[in-house]
Design a protein. Structure first.
Lengths: 111, 116
């Protein structure tokens, strides 16, 4: 079983829709959770952790369900510029942080 | 604040040749990571440095891959000899520390390697 699992998508949504990305993780000792955004042929950029809001206009939120080992990212009022691949990252703290990346979920926002 | 720098941005080599990638992390970041991202997959950690010491190289194919961070600042990743399956984007990331929220990582633009 993979450390972090995501639906690869693509999710095709109309502009203005609300879209949710889900992610499950296998290590119950995981303590840090992040979402990254990766545009086509670009590097991943940190979007948010579960502890903070994700963008200046407040359109996205993240939720963590430790009991189910499940995190989600919700984007409201989706915009064309939200089209990208969204990477779920889960970290376990031991002697050092160890991060596991999901394979990403592709989002296409259509006009 | 300057970001993570990597070079070259693109490299095409033939199988069995050698290649080296360079990374300069964000100033003051003690932790440096090298990832391999194959098309359609998430990044896979190859090696993690804390200053000039290796803290995790469990997924580094040590028969052909090597990495160093001699002075605890910039780093090089080498593949010798390359195989076709090494074609990927090699991403370097850095973070302020390797524990807790200070472990948030910032990525460089990557080096796209094509092995023919």
């Amino acid at each position: 079983r993979k450390e972090v699992e995501q639906d690869p998508g693509p999710f095709n949504v109309p502009e203005g829709a609300t879209v949710a990305f889900n992610c499950t993780y296998s290590n119950s000792a995981s303590q840090s959770f992040f979402w990254y955004r990766q545009d086509c042929r670009k590097e991943p950029k940190l979007l948010m952790s579960v502890y903070s809001s994700c963008n200046e206009d407040g359109r996205c939120t993240a939720n963590l369900n430790r009991a189910s080992q499940y995190i989600s990212l919700l984007i409201r009022d989706s915009k064309l510029s939200d089209s990208a691949t969204y990477l779920c990252v889960v970290g376990a703290w031991g002697n050092f942080n160890k991060f596991y990346f999901g394979s990403g979920t592709k989002l296409n926002v259509k006009p | 604040e300057a970001g993570v720098a990597q070079s070259p941005r693109y490299k095409i080599i033939e199988k069995r040749q050698s290649v080296a990638f360079w990374c300069n992390p964000i100033s003051g970041h003690a932790t440096l990571y090298w990832y391999q991202q194959i098309l359609g997959q998430g990044p896979k950690l190859l090696i993690q440095f804390q200053n000039n010491g290796v803290v995790d190289d469990s997924q580094l194919p040590k028969d052909r891959f090597s990495a160093e961070r001699l002075k605890g600042v910039d780093s090089t990743l080498k593949i010798q000899p390359a195989k076709l399956e090494d074609s990927a984007v090699y991403l370097c990331a850095s973070s302020l520390a390797n524990r807790g929220l200070a472990g948030w990582q910032y990525f460089g633009p990557g080096t796209r390697l094509t092995v023919t």
